[in-house]
Design a protein around this ligand. Structure first.
Ligand code: NAP
Length: 315
C-alpha cells in the first residue's frame, strides 16, 4: 500500500551527485533518503572504465558506483529503489511522488536526476533496440564478440566507449557527423592509436537495418557529398549526448534552452528548498568530479535551509 514518509532531506537520483549529497546530509545527522529507480551510481554504473576520478587510476564504473553507495549508507543514508514521477512543494515542504504511489516529504529536496540518452530518431532504431541497437557498451558490448560494431557520435562518451568496445568487436567504426571530434584530446589519442578503430567522418546514420531479428547494416550519408553507403555491422551503439531529466518538477523551475536546471552558487534552483546537482544542472562540464562537488554544496545548503526553518519555528 502506498505510504507517505517523512524525511529531513529527500534526494531524487542516486548518481555520484545524489550519493555524495546523501553522504554529507546523513553525516550531518539529517534523516535523508535517496530515491533511485535503477542502480546506485547513475550513469557511472553503466560506464566501463573510469580513470579520471581522483584517487582511482582505474576502476570499473559499476564498482565505483557501489563504493559511493556503500560509503553514504555507512553514514546513515537510506537508499530506496523508487521511480520519482513528480517533485512539488506544499508550504515549506518539498515532496517527491513515486510511480509506486509512495510520497517522500522533506524540508529540502535535492534533484540529481542526471540525463537520458538522445536517440537518433532514424528508421530501424526503435525496431532494433535490444537487437543490436544499444546505448550502453558496458551492458551490451559482450554480446557482440568478434563482430563489426558501429558507434555514433564524436563526444567523450562515443570515443571512450568505442575504445572500450575494442575488447569485444573485431572492428569498431566511429561514425561522426563532422571531421573533428568533440572528445577530450587524451580520449581521442587513445582511439586514434587503436588499430581496431576506424573513423567515418562527415557522416550520419540514415537508417538501421536488419533481418527482423538482428541488425545487419546501416545506411550512412556523407553530409558533404550527399552520397549514401552501406556499412555491414552486427551492432550500433548510439552516443550522441543526453537530455537532462528535469521535467518532473511540477512548479515552473528555471532552465536553460537545453533544459538544464539553473542554480545559484549554493546549488539552489529558482524554487527555494529545491537544489540541483550533477548532470541535470546547467554547467560547463558534466563529470563525476563536478557532480560530487555539486552534491556536497547542495547538501550543506540544504542543511542551512533546515537550520533556518528550525530557527524560525523556535522564535
Ligand atoms: P556530447 O559531449 O554532447 O557529444 C555528443 C556527440 O554526438 C557530439 O560529437 C555531437 O556532434 C554528436 N551528435 C549530437 N547529435 C547528433 C545527431 N543527431 N546525429 C549524429 N551525431 C550527433 O555528449 P556525450 O559524449 O554523451 O558526453 C556528455 C557529457 O558527459 C559530456 O560533458 C562529457 O564530457 C561527459 N562524459 C565524460 C566522459 C569522461 O570524461 N571520461 C565520458 C563520457 C561522458 P557535434 O560534435 O558535431 O556536436
Amino acid at each position: 500500500m502506498a505510504e507517505e514518509k517523512r524525511y529531513d532531506i529527500v534526494i531524487v537520483g542516486g548518481g555520484p551527485g545524489g550519493l555524495c549529497a546523501g553522504l554529507y546530509a546523513a553525516r550531518a545527522t539529517r534523516k535523508t533518503v535517496c530515491l533511485e529507480k535503477y542502480l546506485p551510481g547513475g550513469q557511472i554504473a553503466i560506464t566501463g572504465d573510469v580513470e579520471d576520478y581522483l584517487g582511482f587510476e582505474h576502476i570499473q564504473g559499476a564498482e565505483l558506483g557501489m563504493k559511493f553507495a556503500e560509503h553514504a549508507k555507512k553514514f546513515g543514508l537510506e537508499i530506496e529503489m523508487e521511480e520519482v514521477v513528480e517533485v512539488y512543494c506544499e508550504g515549506d515542504d518539498r515532496l517527491a511522488r513515486c510511480a509506486s504511489g509512495n510520497i517522500y516529504r522533506g524540508k529540502a529536496l535535492i534533484l540529481s536526476t542526471g540525463g537520458s540518452p538522445v536517440y537518433l530518431n532514424v528508421p530501424g532504431e526503435k525496431e532494433y533496440s535490444g537487437k543490436g541497437v544499444s546505448y550502453c557498451a558496458i551492458c551490451d558490448g559482450a554480446f557482440f564478440k568478434e563482430q563489426v560494431i558501429a558507434v555514433v557520435g564524436g563526444g567523450d562518451a562515443a570515443v571512450e566507449e568505442g575504445s572500450f568496445l575494442t575488447r569485444f568487436g573485431s572492428r569498431i567504426y566511429i561514425v561522426h557527423r563532422r571531421d573533428k571530434l568533440r572528445a577530450q584530446k587524451i580520449i581521442q589519442k587513445r582511439a586514434f592509436d587503436n588499430p581496431k578503430i576506424e573513423f567515418i567522418w562527415d557522416s550520419v546514420v540514415e537508417s538501421i537495418n536488419g533481418d527482423g531479428k538482428r541488425v545487419n547494416h546501416l545506411v550512412l550519408k556523407n553530409v558533404k557529398t550527399a552520397k549514401t553507403s552501406r556499412l555491414e555491422v552486427g551492432a550500433v551503439f548510439v552516443y550522441i549526448g543526453f537530455r537532462p531529466n528535469s521535467d518532473i518538477v511540477r512548479e515552473n523551475i528555471e532552465r536553460d534552452e537545453g533544459g538544464y536546471v539553473l542554480t545559484d552558487s549554493k546549488m539552489e534552483t529558482s524554487i527555494p528548498g529545491i537544489f540541483a546537482c550533477g548532470d541535470v544542472r546547467a554547467q560547463l562540464v558534466r563529470q563525476v568530479t563536478n557532480a560530487v562537488g555539486d552534491g556536497t554544496t547542495a547538501a550543506v545548503a540544504a542543511e542551512k535551509r533546515l537550520e533556518g526553518l528550525e530557527d524560525k519555528l523556535a522564535q
